[in-house]
Design a binder for this molecule. Structure first.
Ligand code: ARG
Length: 467
């Protein structure tokens, strides 16, 4: 208490130093040091602009750029790190620049505020992370496509209400996830278009009286546009909410896939076997193999949904323009990116090396139920029986079978005929699961012809990307 606050740029304005606890409460360097590269990129663009516009001279601009590159080098050697005695990454860089260049270092922050600086850094960082996640999504899509290609004719029970409904091609089931991940990718591209706008030059909130050139810095940093309103530029975090919302949907999709793998691998379903690469044993029950990977992915989805909620609540009451509350966006964004990327990677490894479909078990599963009942009704419809009547007739047949403990295929021809004279001998071949699946010829249905057309579309999409 009472110490002069010498370490701060505002030390001439203040009488006493910060309380040490408040100092560390306020500080963000422990996490925002992650933005060092982007902070240096933004500062280099800013320094060049100061030189180009004549706000500082060309030699000074190039000295600043050299100093900033020196800091980049020191960071790569591990000597410039998050242990700097600075509040945040911006001050850490500025302090070091002043150490390196003397009074010239004090010119870097001309016409700029940390408010537009952090808004720039976070956008540069997120833009890169969006590309990385997009790549991870494409990778998992390709792995799923590989399984789909091998399993066009593998059948799996299809469910509604988790009750056996109608058999489907396993490829069809897997391609549904490719569709979800494609929507995720499309959403990320859209979010990126809004991340890719430059706030740099908005200064603290109102712009600056210096003749800066915002289009020049935007161009240097490969932004596609600049914010039109300086207040909006420093206080907009919509892009962060949009990104975490898009990430939440990625986690929803991963979590649904996880849930399926978890019950597919249970004794009760036994549709897949977990290999030793991604499963774990129990500490007490020697017979067990646990699906930890999909369980963790399913569990981690909650963190990302939590970050979305945190950002919405953080923003909802904030007046224009910058408020320190914004500092809370960093850890939410950083953890979202780590969680989504790790989950995508773990799930990709699981799909590639961690599970095998149990073809025998899938084959017997689709043979042992009444999931061909709709097809019997459709058969009657083709013989001009109205659907509602056909539906009731099949309901009676199912009841009869259940009473006798048999399946539809086990009914005698007389039993079919007794129920309705429109039944012919060809009813039997309509009952096989292969026939049931093949007959789903409507667009987007599970019929083999439809699914192989979908497979081809995906193959084309991925091969055209290579060209
Ligand atoms: N660490 C701050 C943040 O994350 C940087 C901007 C600080 N600006 C300010 N006026 N205190 O938002």
């Amino acid at each position: 208490m009472g110490l002069k606050n010498l370490g701060k740029p505002w030390s001439d304005r203040f009488e006493v130093g910060l309380h040490p606890f408040i100092e560390s409460f306020n500080a963000s360097i422990k996490f925002d040091f992650l933005l060092l590269q982007e902070d240096l990129d933004g500062s280099i663009a800013h320094a060049r602009m100061l030189g180009k516009t004549g706000i500082i001279n060309a030699d000074e601009a190039s000295q600043l750029e050299k100093g900033l590159n020196q800091i980049r080098l020191e960071a790569s050697q591990g000597v410039f790190n998050a242990d700097q005695p600075a509040e945040d990454v911006h001050f850490a860089v500025e302090n070091r620049l002043i150490e390196l260049l003397g009074p010239l270092g004090k010119k870097l922050h001309t016409g700029r505020s940390r408010n537009d600086q952090i808004a720039t850094d976070i956008r540069l960082w997120l833009r890169r992370k969006i590309d990385e996640i997009n790549f991870d999504l494409e990778n998992i899509q390709k792995i799923l496509l590989g399984h789909a290609e091998k399993n066009l004719y593998t059948l799996i029970p299809g469910y509604t209400h988790l009750q056996r409904a109608q058999p489907v091609s396993l490829a069809h089931h897997l391609l549904a996830y490719l569709e979800m991940f494609q929507r995720d990718r499309d959403r990320l591209v859209e979010v990126k278009s809004r991340v890719n706008t430059s706030p740099l030059g908005a200064a603290a909130l109102a712009g600056t009286s210096l003749p800066i050139d915002r289009l020049y810095t935007a161009d240097q940093l490969n932004f596609t546009s600049i914010y039109s309103n300086s207040l909006d530029a420093v206080s907009d975090r919509d892009f962060a909410v949009e990104f975490i919302a898009a990430s939440s949907l990625i986690m929803v999709h991963l979590s649904r896939l996880s849930e399926e793998i978890i019950f597919w691998s249970s004794e009760e379903f036994s549709f897949v076997k977990l290999t030793d690469r991604c499963a774990t044993g129990s500490s007490i029950m020697p017979q067990k193999k646990n699906p930890d990977v999909p369980e963790l992915v399913r569990g981690k989805s909650g963190r990302v949904f939590g970050h979305l909620q945190a950002l919405l609540v953080m923003l909802k009451g904030l007046p224009l323009a910058y408020n320190k509350d914004f500092q809370e966006d960093k850890e939410a964004l950083f953890d979202t990116v780590v969680t989504v990327r790790n989950s995508l990677q773990a799930m990709s490894i699981l799909l590639e090396e961690g599970l095998e479909f149990s073809l025998d078990r899938l084959g017997s599963a689709v043979e042992s139920d009444f999931s061909n009942a709709t097809d019997v009704a459709d058969y009657l419809v083709s013989k001009e029986v109205p659907f509602r009547e056909a539906y009731q007739i099949v309901g009676r047949l199912v009841k009869l079978c259940m009473k006798e403990g048999i399946l539809l295929k086990d009914l005698s021809f007389d039993q079919w005929q007794d129920m309705h004279p429109a039944f012919d001998q060809d009813i039997y071949k309509r009952l096989t699961p292969e026939h049931v699946v093949a007959s789903r010829i409507s667009q987007g249905g599970t019929g083999f012809a439809q699914v192989s057309a979908q497979l081809e579309n995906w193959q084309n999409q991925f091969s055209s990307l290579k060209e």
